[in-house]
Design a protein around this ligand. Structure first.
Ligand code: SF4
Ligand code: SF4
Length: 102
């Protein structure tokens, strides 16, 4: 997997002084403080028999967690938040949102 196209984790550094607090967002785009913390209730599962590899899911995923894995679509579940946008937008209904098990 090409790590340059997925979100990068950057440890949070607690501000020591009022001047250390950011005026805008804490991180620049493409960085996250943590991997998924376990609050996802549904996860996307790809049916590779239905998938026609159009890459629409890759384009619409707001977290950039969909990637190509040996010419198949796969999801980095460390960062997928389970929003379901990919499943909603897939033209072949190749992605199902499956409830996470505890
Ligand atoms: S949108 Fe659906 S058909 Fe297209 S690549 Fe993604 S899973 Fe496959
Ligand atoms: S459920 Fe949301 S975050 Fe997860 S892969 Fe699909 S679009 Fe991306």
């Amino acid at each position: 997997m090409d790590n340059s196209i997925k979100p990068q984790k950057r440890d949070f550094v607690r501000p020591q002084h009022i001047n250390d607090y950011p005026v805008g967002p804490q991180f620049e785009a493409g960085f996250l403080a943590e991997t998924n913390a376990g609050w996802r209730t549904f996860r996307p599962v790809v049916d590779h028999d239905k998938c026609v590899y159009c890459l629409r899911c890759y384009i619409v995923c707001p977290d950039g967690t969909i990637f190509k894995d040996n010419d198949k679509i796969n999801v980095d579940l460390d960062y997928c938040k389970g929003c379901g946008v990919c499943a909603h937008e897939c033209p072949k209904d190749a992605i199902s949102m499956v409830k996470e098990e505890l």
